[in-house]
Design a protein. Structure first.
Length: 182
């Protein structure tokens, strides 16, 4: 679990929900103020499990920004960014702006997490490694956050909304610009 759903709840409800059912496909709507404008965000939380590889592409049309998330306590999730998510995102979303998001930032300094990872010969993924992955996949931005502490959550969605406004063709503007995030 990378923390995508917790991230969305931290943003839309300002709550940390530590346990939840595995996501198949959920949609949330939230507003955000960016540079004096109200941006309507349609947030699509998609399943990462292989069982849903054929269903997930249905969420990609009309996407304005993609958030590709990994967890700082999971090297498997970071590897999946390169091996699974980037090929899929680039195939279905082309040149759509993409932000690489390191979730669960608070776990980097958590003694239990550090001890658990050490048992497997690992350690939390550093900011430097996250930035290297972002450069490798040519992400438009690299950001870190913690749904638990809310650190970086608001900044992430403000940046995503700005990217959406900046990258969309002018004919796509509406009274309230919309932003779709995966």
């Amino acid at each position: 679990m990378t923390g995508k759903t917790c991230l969305l709840f931290a943003f839309k409800d300002d709550k940390f929900i530590p346990t939840h059912d595995a996501t198949i496909f959920d949609t949330y709507v939230a507003d955000i103020q960016v540079d004096g404008k109200t941006i309507d965000l349609a947030l699509f939380d998609t399943a990462g499990q292989e069982d849903f590889d054929r269903l997930r592409p249905l969420s990609y049309p009309d996407t304005n920004v993609v958030l590709v998330c990994f967890s700082v306590d999971s090297s498997v999730s970071a590897t999946s960014v390169i091996e699974k998510w980037m090929p899929e995102v680039r195939h279905f979303c082309g040149k759509c702006p993409m932000i690489l998001v390191a979730c669960k930032k608070d776990l980097r300094m958590d003694p239990q997490t550090i001890a658990r990872l050490k048992q497997d010969g690992e350690r939390p993924i550093s900011t430097e490694v996250g930035k290297q992955i972002a450069a490798e996949i040519k992400a438009d931005a690299y950001m870190e956050c913690s749904a638990k502490t809310r650190e970086g959550v608001q900044d992430l969605f403000v940046h995503a909304a700005r990217l959406s406004i900046k990258k969309r063709p002018s004919y796509a503007y509406r009274k309230k610009p919309a932003c779709v995030l995966h």
